[in-house]
Design a protein around this ligand. Structure first.
Ligand code: UDP
Length: 332
């Protein structure tokens, strides 16, 4: 399939581009490099440097390429920032997505694969999270993703498109060959911050909260390898037949892992100490989030290759240990 990958130069999008190539598809990346990295794209992959709110650019791209399917990874993803600048999130994550969908439909491309998030659930009443549990986001980031989910439901109901929606738990890790990996600016995620602290590139790591009702008092999350996420997306292609289908999947390993367990994994894999400070809870962090991914396993034949934190951290470590100096700087 010829696949438009919106946000293909970002963390998850760039891993998916490689998985698409490995599966014999033809990815074409559309990215405006607001956060993505040119260095994350394999040589020879076609790139359009454009933003999704640019209707004229999208029309040119769709007219030139004749895509079979669109994958959409281009979103802002900082929960805290979304609380303070919600309009930035609604404009990019919602409005620009509708512009993309409109261009896609006008050019008669009817298959859509969307990156959503477990943040659409808010604070869950019970765990593990199953797809049809109530969704009540507690921040604008989660709300923007839920708004798009609801629009996609309506578009599928109207038989305008078919779509697969993936709600990621904690995307983590890096390409197994260490060629690409996570590199956010600013970085807010636990694994890259812990690795940076171990490497001495950061003064230390602050653990946000030690008084949660969990076995060691720190938050539990479900860390799922970025290549496993990508494989689930590609496995859904066959399910998107004629317009009218809307598929929703929670993607995680189902294994709850605490902040302290992540730190121990980083220390074991790197052989270095992570200098830790214990601090207060971070606003908006639910005590525990982990997935039931039985639906993706049953319907897509999806089986995560990385089932526990250590091998995931190993791939992240390999990437961070060899990341070219100034990699992030080349992004902009
Ligand atoms: N966390 C932490 N210190 C940090 C960053 C994160 O203790 O500097 C904790 C955070 O409170 C959460 C877990 O690590 O419990 C994962 O956070 P991350 O930001 O990586 O992902 P999130 O779960 O917010 O999507």
């Amino acid at each position: 399939m010829k696949v438009l990958v919106a946000g293909g130069a970002g963390y998850i999008g760039s891993h998916c581009v490689r998985q698409l190539l490995a599966a014999g598809h033809t990815p074409v990346v559309v990215d405006n490099f607001a956060y993505g990295h040119r260095g994350s794209l394999p040589a020879g992959v076609k790139l359009h440097d454009a933003g999704l709110a640019d209707v004229a650019a999208l029309d040119r791209i769709f007219a030139a390429e004749r895509f079979d399917l669109v994958m959409h990874f281009a979103a802002f993803c900082y929960v805290g920032e979304s609380v303070h600048t919600p309009l930035k999130y609604y404009l990019n994550n919602v409005s620009a997505t509708y512009t993309l969908l409109d261009a896609m439909v006008r050019h008669d491309v009817r298959k859509f694969v969307f990156s959503s998030t477990c943040a659409t659930f808010g604070v869950p009443a019970s765990l593990p999270l199953v797809e049809d549990m109530p969704q009540a986001p507690i921040n604008p980031y989660g709300q923007t993703k839920l708004d798009v989910e609801n629009a996609l439901r309506a578009l599928a109901h109207a038989k305008t498109i078919s779509c697969a929606v993936f709600r990621y738990f904690n995307a983590a890790g890096a390409a197994e060959d260490g060629s690409i990996g996570e590199d956010h600016d600013p970085e807010t995620h636990l694994i890259p911050l812990a690795i940076g602290a171990a490497q001495g590139l950061r003064p230390g790591l602050q653990v946000f909260g030690t008084d949660y009702p969990t076995p060691d008092g720190t938050c539990l999350r479900d860390y799922v390898h970025v290549d496993d996420l990508s494989r689930a997306h590609i496995a859904a292609f066959d399910k998107l037949g004629t317009p009218g289908t809307a598929l929703f999947y929670n993607l995680g390993t189902g294994t709850p892992t605490s902040v302290l367990e992540v730190i121990r994994a980083v220390e074991k894999v790197s052989g270095l100490k992570v200098p830790v400070k214990f601090g207060p809870r971070r606003e908006g962090d639910p005590p525990a989030l982990f997935a039931n991914s039985a639906k993706a396993q049953a319907e897509l034949g999806w089986k995560p290759k990385f089932m526990s934190i250590e091998p995931i951290v190993e791939t992240a470590w390999r990437w961070h240990a060899r990341k070219p100096a100034g990699y992030g700087d080349r992004a902009k």
